[in-house]
Each structure stands twice: as structure tokens, then as C-alpha cells.
Write a protein that binds this ligand. Structure first.
Ligand code: ATR
Length: 279
């Protein structure tokens, strides 16, 4: 029996057990994937004792992603650059950490808009927090000519430029609308639009109608921001797919099978978020 889990504090809302449980059943694997609340004071002990607990690894969510980075061996350059870990696994009994948020974002984009490429294009990313970091990094890795980062607190966007270089262009929040004409991909990584928060309201009239608009918020499944973009004809990409795609590599590292993000999996998780969901 291979065991994995997701850790966070709190952890009760995590949909990861639903995703990994679906794949375990589909592939007939003798494995388990559970939620484990781990408080910050216990984090170091938990990570160090993974091998002796009989765990193959874990996912890491809020608020532990940065702290875990300091407790494990980063498995690749992207993870080192991000300073945050969402997936922990064992290699020759050593506790390793990697970050699959960026590939989750870009593989969802690829699946939702086949043929779209970031190469030599301009993106605008709204927000400059932890989620933004992973998205900005992967867009640069994909060859974006420029990633404009608009943030309410513009100093955090300046930090991203210092970290990633001059292809990152910080933008004060109030200048978003004037910079829309050159944008091929517009991404919301802020918490605006999440259930219980204010909506992200922008005048999109200057955005090209073929620009892809995406949101990493997935509660609700389709935010008002995406709804507005879809109504004017822009291709839109919902946030749930990023959650599904970021789970792929962890599953394959722990359980030895590369799983697929299927429409059936999407609908299973979508119905958990919104019981009235219909494709
Ligand atoms: P995460 O790790 O999910 O990215 P975070 O680091 O707390 O979370 O970042 C939240 C992002 O949402 C930030 O870019 C934040 O802007 P600030 O850096 O100015 O705080 C953005 N955000 C949250 N509430 C916002 C609001 N009401 N208006 C504009 N941006 C907001």
C-alpha cells in the first residue's frame, strides 16, 4: 500500500483527495491519499519523518509552501527559483521538493486553448503574490517577450522584476486598462472574484478579442471576470484546470503512473465545488 497526503493548516477544504482518489481507483492502485492538518510548529518534524511514517510524499498548501522549501532538497532549478514547494517526494530516502504550479497553469492553458503559444507574446498578470510568482515564472520559461505585472501594491511587482529580470514590467493597478491593447494573455492571480471576495471589475474594451483571458480562481468555477471576457468573445480559461494539472506529477512520482486530466475528473471536482454544475 503506497500512502500520500496533503498537508496545510487548515486543510479541510482541500480537493486534492478527490483528485488523487479518482486516479487511484481508475488505475486500480493499492494506495491512499488523505488530508493531514499540520500546524506550523510541527512542520519540520512532519517533513523529516516522512520516510518513517511510511509516506511516499505529500502535497503542500497554505501556509507551508515557503517553509517546506527550506526543509527539503529542491529537485530542480524552477523550484529553487520560486522558493516554494507544493509537492514532496522521496528519492533514495532523501526528502525532495518540487513545484508543479507553473506546469499546472500552462498545461491547463494548452488543454483549454490548443495551439496557443506564449512564445514572443506579451502577457499581463494581475497580482504579485505567491500564485503570481509561479505563473510569471512559467510564462517566462515558455518564451514570453514580456510579462506585465499589475499589482495594487506596485512594490511587489517591482520585486518580481528584480527576481526574474527585465522581461517583467511592473505596472500600477490604475494603468491596467491603457496597457490592454498589446496583451495576448491576461491572467488574474489575485484573490478578487473568489466566493466571498469583491469581484475583479475591469473595462476590457481595449483588449483584443482574440486575447486569451484566464483566472486561477476556481470557486466559483467561472468568475464574473471570465464571464465578462467570454461575453465579448475572448477565449477564456477557468482556474479549476490548473488545480487538476498541478496534481499530475505528484501522482506519477508517488504511485508510478502518469495520470490524465479527463473530462470525467473535471466534472467530478466541479460538482464538488458547485453541486448544480452541468457541462
Ligand atoms: P497568493 O499566494 O494566493 O497569490 P497573496 O500572496 O496573499 O496570495 O497575494 C494575493 C494577491 O491578490 C496580491 O497580489 C494582492 O495584492 P497586494 O499585493 O496589493 O496585496 C491581491 N489582492 C488581494 N485583494 C485585492 C484587492 N482588493 N484589490 C487588488 N488586489 C488584491
Amino acid at each position: 500500500m503506497i500512502k500520500a497526503c496533503v498537508i496545510g493548516w487548515p486543510i479541510s477544504h482541500s480537493r486534492s483527495p478527490l483528485i488523487h482518489g479518482y486516479w487511484l481507483r481508475l488505475h486500480g492502485i493499492d494506495g491512499s491519499y488523505t488530508r493531514k492538518p499540520v500546524e506550523p510548529a510541527q512542520l519540520q518534524d512532519f517533513i523529516r519523518s516522512l520516510p518513517t511514517q511510511g509516506l511516499a510524499g505529500c502535497n503542500v498548501t497554505i501556509p507551508h509552501k515557503e517553509a517546506v522549501h527550506a526543509l527539503v532538497k529542491p529537485a530542480d532549478a524552477t523550484t529553487e527559483r520560486l522558493g516554494a514547494v507544493n509537492t514532496v517526494f522521496l528519492r533514495d530516502s532523501e526528502v525532495m521538493g518540487t513545484n508543479t504550479d507553473g506546469e499546472g497553469y500552462v498545461n491547463n492553458l494548452r488543454q483549454a486553448v490548443p495551439g496557443f503559444t506564449m512564445k514572443d507574446q506579451r502577457a499581463m498578470v494581475l497580482g504579485a503574490g505567491g500564485a503570481s510568482l509561479a505563473v510569471v515564472n512559467v510564462l517566462l520559461e515558455q518564451g514570453a517577450a514580456e510579462v506585465v505585472v499589475a499589482n495594487r501594491t506596485v512594490e511587489r511587482a517591482d520585486d518580481l522584476r528584480r527576481r526574474f529580470g527585465t522581461r517583467v514590467v511592473p505596472l500600477p493597478w490604475e494603468h491596467i486598462e491603457t496597457h490592454l491593447p498589446e496583451t495576448a494573455l491576461l491572467v488574474n492571480t489575485t484573490s478578487l472574484g473568489m466566493t466571498g471576495q469583491a469581484d475583479l471589475v475591469l473595462d476590457l474594451s481595449r483588449l483584443p478579442v482574440d486575447a486569451v483571458v484566464s483566472d486561477i480562481v476556481y470557486t466559483p468555477l467561472r468568475t464574473r471576470f471570465l464571464e465578462t471576457a467570454a461575453r465579448r468573445g475572448n477565449p477564456v480559461v477557468e482556474g479549476l484546470g490548473m488545480l487538476l494539472h498541478q496534481a499530475v506529477r505528484g501522482f506519477s512520482l508517488w504511485f508510478g503512473v502518469v495520470p490524465q486530466v479527463t473530462p470525467e475528473l473535471h466534472d467530478l471536482v466541479a460538482r464538488d465545488i458547485d453541486p448544480g454544475y452541468q457541462r
